[in-house]
Design a protein around this ligand. Structure first.
Ligand code: GCW
Length: 741
């Protein structure tokens, strides 16, 4: 395996440099041991590859305590997952504590670290009953006296639980936690915690900003890049237990024997890490690769074809997770092509998978060409009436908001509206609408806001998180998906800070009640340094970053006002083209008198798709949160806001505030120079400069455009855009990354 971020450069020159680190000079006699233990961080090649699993030496103060508890390990190594857990532990402890633990089957020492399940370890066997309560993926970390020994135990009912527990333990060490009286009981709140890769078979990643696809379809299945194992490790460290390998805009070829063999090779790599492989299925595959004349879900040949396809897949991948389908949306084929419903389509594939225990994840992201209805209403109109019509192994996968991964949206009205159907949350981790990989925007806050939103369907406290984790309606089959931001870039995510979004998704998928701030702190400590002088400012930057992006892109509830197609940069003037709901003017509806989409009862009435308590709040211009004002209301430019400012002034104020916030992030980052490794510090600083320029561009272009519509002067104290509107409108980016193809 490629050394995961532990590349030590020991040329003579580096050694000399290292000897001077921290302003001290050491005699040559001390050489390697001292150098490595005192200054390892400064000679590492910090290129981001190691993600949050850098395992750099802990502070000397805690090292001693950790050594005492963890110097000797008793662990089974019979199964692939047991070996993965032990290897991770050895890798982690070697890096963190400077030496590998002794591994034995029987203890001689007074202090031991024990890994195992009741079956694999006699030390753990007495805890069998307690472990039963933690389920198939849960784990227990405990410091206890067992058989006269002082034991730190990483115990679980299954090997996967132990692996997850090892990652938890390593996280504690990386963040400087104490092991005294350690007591952690964890089990995931959501069953399926899945990444969705929008990766095409040609290596292009739709909405990908981190290079090309990680999957080298050409060399699979013969060559299994070690990076696939590191990908699995990273996901397992968060508890992510599934991955959909290919784009929802699917190519039927991924279901042919050639590609199934490649997917099976990936499944083999991922299996020890508890990760199941899923595939996006093209609904018309029976025609395209099966030679049938129809893909009608009620056609017996079509049904047989899918059953046989499922049998074929499970023969190659016995733990195959199931299918993800985008149907009758944005030109994709689907059951409605044959006059059938989405339930007919989903059940067709659900039935084929059921004998093998697979699940069918059917997407609710649909809106049709020929429907003049407000796009925000269409998914609900299509699906709410189908509640109860799906097979038990079908989940409906719903984006967090009713439009499309905007910087801010209200929660999707389907959450809470389909009590008899398991609804999966679909978040986007890749930042299609949030500045791609160069803008520092921490999405933990966005996810938290969506999960904490209260649907009020069963009274107060009926949060989206409770819909998704099944507790509101008593579902055992539950799921959450994140559209991955992972590519073959050395940083995996295209930037150092975008790694935090993968991390936050995984941590919230495990427990949607965690706070975005705590997750940010954990991530920052592991990714940069546990030093509070680093963590505190980094967390402040992260926590302010999402609101900053909302401010400079889409303040006060504006949405979908970015450039056409690639979505890079502002485009509030976008109009015309193939469909109205792909334009900006459709969404902001600005004219001389006012701005905003009237979704009240007098307008499109989208508010009525929410429970009455929510609908009343959103529908009342005096009560709607100002952050969603223009999502739900069309208001005059001089409408007074809570600040006392008229709307136009407030809008410009937000744009400017967003730019200022980016400048504040830059200042904070600059102040960290010297506390972090130079390569990562430099890249983040450069990206923040890009972000500042682009935030300014967003602000100026938006102000210039809206000013051209309302004819109003710049509010007092605001600097006018430096260019005329025509300048911004003329900018072209034919090669902006990530565009659909
Ligand atoms: O967010 C939009 C993207 C499309 C994407 C689509 C979807 C995969 O612009 O690129 O297609 O949503 O979610 O299906």
């Amino acid at each position: 395996m490629e050394s995961f971020g532990s590349v030590y450069i020991l040329s003579t020159r580096m050694l000399t440099l290292t000897l001077r680190c921290n302003g001290r000079r050491h005699g040559w006699l001390l050489v390697a041991a001292l150098v490595l233990s005192a200054c390892m961080g400064s000679v590492r090649a910090e290129d981001g590859y190691a993600l949050w699993m850098r395992y750099v030496p802990v502070a000397p103060g805690v090292a001693h305590e950790y050594q005492r508890h963890l110097g000797e390990v008793i662990a089974p190594d019979q199964t692939a997952t047991q070996r993965a857990a032990l290897e991770e532990l050895q890798r982690g402890l070697s890096g963190l504590l400077g030496s590998a633990p002794r591994v034995s089957t029987e203890s001689a020492a007074n202090h031991v670290l024990v890994l195992g399940t009741p079956e694999s370890s006699r030390w753990v066997a007495p805890f069998r009953q307690e472990l039963e309560t933690l389920g198939g993926e849960g784990y227990l970390l405990r410091q206890a006296r067992v058989a006269g020994h002082d034991v730190v135990m990483v115990a679980a009912r299954t090997d996967i639980g132990v692996l997850y527990g090892v990652f938890h333990l390593l996280r504690l060490l990386q963040t400087g936690a104490s092991l005294e009286n350690l007591e952690v009981r964890q089990s995931p709140a959501i069953k399926l915690r899945v990444l969705n890769h929008w990766d095409n078979l040609d290596g292009h990643v739709e909405r990908g900003y981190a290079g090309g696809s990680l999957w080298d379809w050409h060399t699979l299945p013969d060559w299994q890049d070690p990076r696939y194992t590191d990908y699995a490790r990273a996901n397992a460290s968060l508890g992510i237990n599934g991955t959909v390998l290919n784009n929802v805009n699917a190519n039927a070829l991924s279901l042919t024997p050639t590609y199934l063999a490649k997917a099976a090779a990936l499944a083999d790599v991922f299996r020890p890490y508890g990760i199941r492989v899923y595939l996006s299925a093209r609904f018309s595959a029976p025609i395209e690769i099966g030679g049938l004349r129809t893909a009608d879900p009620l056609d017996a040949d079509v049904q047989r074809w899918w059953r046989e396809k499922a049998d074929e897949i499970y023969a190659l991948i016995p733990d195959f997770g199931g299918f993800l389908v985008k149907a009758n949306s944005e030109g994709q084929p689907g059951p409605q092509d044959y006059g059938r419903s989405h339930a007919d389509g989903a059940n067709l594939l659900g039935d084929a998978l059921a004998p093998h225990g697979g699940v069918m994840m059917w997407r609710a992201f649909v809106y049709a060409h020929d429907v003049p209805q407000d796009r925000a209403k269409q998914a609900y109109s299509e699906f709410a009436g189908l509640d109860g019509a799906f097979r038990p192994n079908v989940l409906l996968q719903v984006k967090n908001g009713p439009i499309d991964f905007q910087p801010r949206e209200p929660f999707h009205p389907l959450f809470g509206a389909m009590p008899h159907t398991p609804l999966m949350m679909e978040f986007q981790i890749t930042k299609e609408y949030l500045g791609f990989a160069t803008h520092l925007v921490y999405l933990g806050s966005l996810y938290e806001e969506a999960l904490n939103a209260d649907t009020h369907v069963n009274g107060e406290g009926s949060t989206v998180a409770r819909v998704v984790d099944g507790s509101l309606d008593g579902h055992a089959l539950t799921g959450i998906a994140g559209v991955a931001n992972i590519g073959n870039s050395r940083t995996w995510s295209g930037s150092h800070f975008d790694q935090a979004n993968w991390y936050a998704f995984g941590r919230l998928a495990w427990d949607p009640r965690q706070s975005a701030r705590d997750i940010a702190a954990e991530w920052a400590a592991m990714t940069f340094s546990p030093d509070s002088e680093v963590v505190r400012p980094v967390v402040e930057m992260m926590m302010a970053s999402r609101e900053a992006a909302v401010d400079y892109m889409t303040p006060l509830g504006l949405h979908h006002v970015m450039a056409r197609g690639h979505h890079y940069g502002p485009g509030p003037w976008v109009d015309g083209g193939p469909r109205a709901d792909w334009t900006s003017v459709y969404y902001h509806r600005a004219d001389r008198n006012g701005i905003g989409f009237d979704r009240t009862r007098q307008g499109s009435d989208a508010v009525s798709q929410y429970a009455p308590a929510v609908a009343q709040g959103f529908g009342d211009v005096a009560r709607v949160p100002e952050s969603l004002l223009l999502w739900f209301h069309h208001v005059p430019w001089d409408h007074r806001l809570r600040s006392g400012r008229p709307l136009w002034d407030e809008l410009v104020h937000h744009y400017t505030r967003g730019v200022r916030q980016v400048q504040a992030m830059q200042a904070t980052w600059d102040s960290l120079q010297g506390r972090l490794d130079a390569p990562r510090h430099r890249q983040v600083a450069a990206f923040l400069r890009i972000q500042e320029n682009e935030a300014q561009w967003w602000r100026d272009a938006s102000v210039a455009y809206f000013q051209s519509i309302n004819g109003r002067p710049m509010p007092d104290g605001e600097v006018p855009p430096p260019h005329p509107l025509s300048y911004y409108q003329a900018l072209q980016f034919p090669f902006a990354p990530g565009d659909g193809r």
